[in-house]
Design a protein around this ligand. Structure first.
Ligand SMILES: Cc1cc2nc3c(=O)[nH]c(=O)nc-3n(C[C@H](O)[C@H](O)[C@H](O)COP(=O)(O)OP(=O)(O)OC[C@H]3O[C@@H](n4cnc5c(N)ncnc54)[C@H](O)[C@@H]3O)c2cc1C
Length: 570
């Protein structure tokens, strides 16, 4: 029985608004560092989370997995109760979608050195809740936060339980209400971004194993049994992707994510319509998954229109609040980055809270964290914005996926696992300085994202019967393996980022060389300044001292992901 009188009189160190993935992991991160701090979690949900049919956010990638496993010590739980994941896997458009074995397939063959997991969100949240309570947090279920006020460095939260209004006081307020967006609504921080993409998803009883979708022996035996099944599987074509994710509870998550302009929401927003859509665009998927959703097999069906949103603020040192998870920015689920966003966000927010509770002046730190957070997200938007139109172009998408992974593994994930996100000096060196490596890296990344769009009219061929493994590319394999390696000091970490950036520059130059040779017939050994690449005109710098020549190892790697015939290269 919750003692509301006690709650009203007590002042908590932290009140967390919302007990979903972001709120519960924040509470564990805080408690792990300082077990004595007092935390109140107010969660609207009234009962335990349902298995399988709870929320989306089931597939994790390296950064988020590192956070759950190493930072929160959930390694044992994840290995015992959730599924190990075999990377992200993609099947691209071809002319025979009825035969999965002929589609171009991208994904790892062998077990990955850096682990990740497929999460049953209901099972996980129940476990996180149990651990939060065990660590001393007070949790009120069925508590809907109605309002919050701030004065003299403390806050008062008004919430409703059983139609009755209650109040609680705290030094810090962490908004983890997801799409409840408590603080964003209150302060009007919402920032639109032009990314009109919608999603629908449903969970079905039973195991959907795509290895059973073809009788082609060569295809079936390309990977060890169950490895395809353990991947997060994406089927792509122009303007959409369809996901298949296995869950530890022996159920399966399925979802369509589609650009409004190419696949209007009203063509997918009800289960029968989603099936019809699937029948038209992914006939084999339709045939294979439909029986699972019959009768009681269909566990839920959920929809989300225009899911992307951004924000103007994340942390405030004066009034002592922060937002985390989807109550802040959320961009797009392609590449499964949701748990990564939460990991970075919680790492910044918990650091601010803990330092402030220790009496440190956090004003500058809060500003730097907020600027880094918002500018990182701003550059991340480029991965997605206007890119759904590219999803039907296999060669571009293969190169883009490898590029996006390369920047993610070599810089972002590496910085996170090496503790750089809370190293003020490092953040300033990387991002505040105009010539900082972080700024340079962002510029290169944006240049490449624009280049992918320029390439679109020239990628005309439809490919079949190809398998491509990211770890056949040496530089990608090294980047992924490098994530878990501790560099030992900020100086060594900066040196590693600089080394990785040099490889990225060479890769960008070589990708441009390949495409330009194919499209314009330029020499295959032309020097290229990667910061100037442009396919639409002749402005690419090929002569200055910043133009990079051929590096044989990188050329070999880029050639591995090149599908057009080599004889077309000059
Ligand atoms: C289509 C789609 C697919 C996705 N796929 C992935 C994926 O594969 N991998 C991945 O990592 N991420 C994925 N994500 C992102 C992932 O879903 C989110 O990152 C994650 O669920 C956000 O967690 P959260 O705790 O911020 O929000 P939630 O999990 O929604 O938690 C918010 C909590 O706050 C509570 N709440 C809301 N309002 C109030 C209130 N007023 N008072 C009290 N409590 C309140 C809610 O009940 C809820 O429990 C996906 C997102 C979408 C849209």
């Amino acid at each position: 029985m919750v003692n509301f009188l006690g709650i009203m009189q007590k002042q908590y160190d932290v009140i967390i608004l919302g007990g979903g993935l972001a709120g519960l992991t924040l509470s564990l991160q805080l408690k792990k560092s300082r077990p004595e701090i007092s935390i109140l979690i107010l969660e609207k949900r009234e009962a335990k989370a349902a298995t399988a049919a709870h929320k989306v956010g089931e597939s994790t990638v390296e950064l988020g997995s590192h956070y759950l496993r190493e930072v929160l010590n959930l390694k044992g739980y994840l290995e015992e109760h959730e599924l190990p994941k075999h990377g992200l896997r993609f099947f691209f458009k071809n002319n025979t979608k009825h035969d999965i074995s002929t589609r171009v397939e991208l994904g790892p063959r062998e077990k990955l050195p850096v682990p990740s997991h497929q999460l049953d969100r209901g099972t996980l949240e129940n476990e996180l809740m149990r651990r939060s309570i065990e660590s001393g947090c007070e949790v009120i279920l069925g508590a809907r936060v109605k309002d919050i006020s701030f004065s003299n460095g403390e806050n008062e939260v008004t919430y409703i339980v059983n139609k009755e209004e209650h109040k609680a006081k705290g030094k810090w307020a962490a908004d983890a209400s997801g799409r409840g967006n408590v603080l964003k609504h209150k302060f009007g921080f919402k920032k639109d971004w032009d990314h009109d993409v919608n999603a629908v998803w449903w969970r079905v009883k039973g195991v959907v194993d795509i290895d059973d979708w073809s009788e082609n022996k060569e295809w079936k035996t390309k990977l060890k049994p169950k490895l395809r099944y353990l991947s997060t599987v994406h089927f792509l074509d122009k303007g959409y992707w369809f996901w298949v994710i296995p869950l530890g509870s022996k159920n399966t998550s399925l979802g369509i994510v589609a650009d409004q302009k190419l696949h209007p929401f009203d063509t997918i927003n009800q289960y029968p319509k989603a099936l019809e859509w699937l029948k038209k665009h992914e006939p084999l998927c339709y045939e294979k998954v439909k029986p699972f959703g019959e009768g009681e097999g269909l566990l839920d069906f959920l929809i989300l229109k225009h899911f992307g949103h951004n924000t103007q603020r994340v942390y405030d040192a004066t009034e002592r609040w922060g937002t985390t998870g989807e109550s802040g920015p959320f961009l797009d689920p392609f590449y499964s980055p949701g748990t990564d966003f939460i990991s970075m966000n919680n790492t910044w927010l918990s650091d601010l809270i803990l330092r402030d509770l220790s009496g440190e002046d956090i004003a500058v730190r809060a500003k730097v964290y907020e600027q880094t957070h918002l500018s990182l997200f701003e550059s991340w938007t480029q991965i997605y914005q206007n890119k759904y139109q590219l999803m039907g172009f296999t060669q571009i998408m293969v190169v883009k996926i490898f590029w996006d992974w390369a920047v993610y593994w070599s810089v972002l994930a590496l910085l996170f696992t090496n503790g750089a996100f809370t190293d003020l000096k490092l953040l300033k060196d990387l991002f505040a300085n105009e010539k900082g490596l972080g700024r340079k890296f962002t510029k290169l990344h944006v240049q490449m994202q624009n280049f992918f769009i320029q390439w679109k009219p020239h990628d005309t061929e439809i490919f079949s019967d190809k398998y491509i493994d990211p770890f056949d590319l040496e530089f990608l394999r090294k980047f992924q393996q490098g994530i878990d390696i501790q560099q030992g000091s900020p100086e060594k970490l900066l040196a590693k980022v600089a080394e990785n950036l040099t490889i990225l520059e060479k890769a960008a130059a070589e990708i441009f060389r390949h495409v330009s040779t194919h499209v314009k017939g330029t020499p295959a050994d032309m020097k290229v300044n990667p910061y100037t690449i442009n396919l639409d005109d002749d402005s690419t710098d090929t002569t200055s001292a910043d133009a990079i020549g051929v590096d044989d190892a990188i050329t070999k790697d880029i050639s591995t992901m090149w599908f057009y015939k080599k004889k077309e290269l000059v």
